[in-house]
Design a protein around this ligand. Structure first.
Ligand SMILES: [Zn+2]
Length: 280
């Protein structure tokens, strides 16, 4: 048995989530398949074996969704403060900045999809788990206001497992009301709002702007909901139905409109925009 087979089999047998020499391979969280990283990137970070959708960062998300080189980021000088003097908040922010290359968990701007101009916002799960915070709420609100001002459709791609960011307390919570009020203004203006949910979209983000799209799309297998399944189970002391809070479960119960594989997202958005805004 050659070196490759021995290493491959050792990784495949391993129960550990990450045991990858030289950063060349990734072990699929769902099926255990060992995937060559280059192949994983080419496949838009979707497991070729089982279709598990791995996390991708906000900038990569914009790159694969928008027309090439069309994204123009809105300048934003606002940064997170530490209003509660929460211990180690600044260090956590700094760590996330280094890991993601972003200054906060949300990035906003405008670009084109299939030649149509659009305002776009993305929350990045990799930045403090995409948690709702003052800067996130402010930027999403700004994206909505820009869409109103320019009469462009709005696309928000959400990934948020962190809920309202506890380090900002009530200031973080009030962003739910602020972003929802902005979306309500957008709807009064009869502008299109497309919401794409990715793994995971939960809590404060899901309970505000992420679930308020005119058309709500989701990637397959994403965890979507408010409170996590473990907490619900402990609280109500009941078994939860199979697949509870997955994209497929929510689709079946009419909470989302479409489940779209990552490589089909861009063509699907183009199709939707062409259908709803043919002359735009
Ligand atoms: Zn897999």
């Amino acid at each position: 048995m050659g070196w490759f087979e021995r290493t491959y089999n050792r990784i495949k047998r391993s129960k550990k989530k990450v045991d990858i020499p030289d950063g060349l391979w990734t072990k699929c969280i769902k099926c255990g398949e060992i995937i060559y990283n280059k192949k994983l990137e080419e496949n838009l970070r979707v497991c070729p074996q089982c279709g598990y959708h791995f996390y991708i960062g906000a900038r990569k998300r914009l790159e694969i969704t928008l027309d090439k080189d069309s994204f123009r980021e809105y300048d934003s000088v606002i940064t997170s403060d530490n209003p509660l003097n929460f211990p180690h908040y600044e260090e956590k922010l700094e760590k996330s900045r280094k890991e993601t290359g972003l200054d906060e968990a949300a990035i906003i701007g405008e670009g084109r999809i299939g030649g149509k101009s659009i305002v776009v916002g993305v929350t990045d799960y990799g930045f403090m788990r995409g948690s709702m915070a003052s800067v996130v709420g402010e930027r999403i609100t700004e994206a909505v206001e820009k869409a109103i001002e320019k009469r462009y459709p709005l696309l928000i791609i959400s990934g948020s497992g962190g809920g309202a960011r506890m380090q900002e307390g009530m200031i973080s919570l009030m962003q739910m009301a602020k972003t929802s009020a902005a979306i309500a203004r957008l709807k009064r203006e009869r502008l299109l709002y497309l919401s794409l949910l990715t793994h995971a979209t939960m809590a404060g983000v899901m309970a505000s702007f992420a679930s308020q799209g005119d058309i709500i799309l989701a990637e397959p297998g994403a965890l979507l909901g408010f409170t996590g399944p473990r907490v619900i189970k402990q609280t109500i002391r009941q078994q939860l139905p199979p697949g509870f809070q997955s994209s497929e479960f929510l689709f079946k119960h009419g909470m989302i409109d479409l489940i779209v594989k990552r490589d089909e997202i861009r063509p699907t958005l183009i199709k939707i925009l062409n259908l709803i805004l043919p002359g735009f």
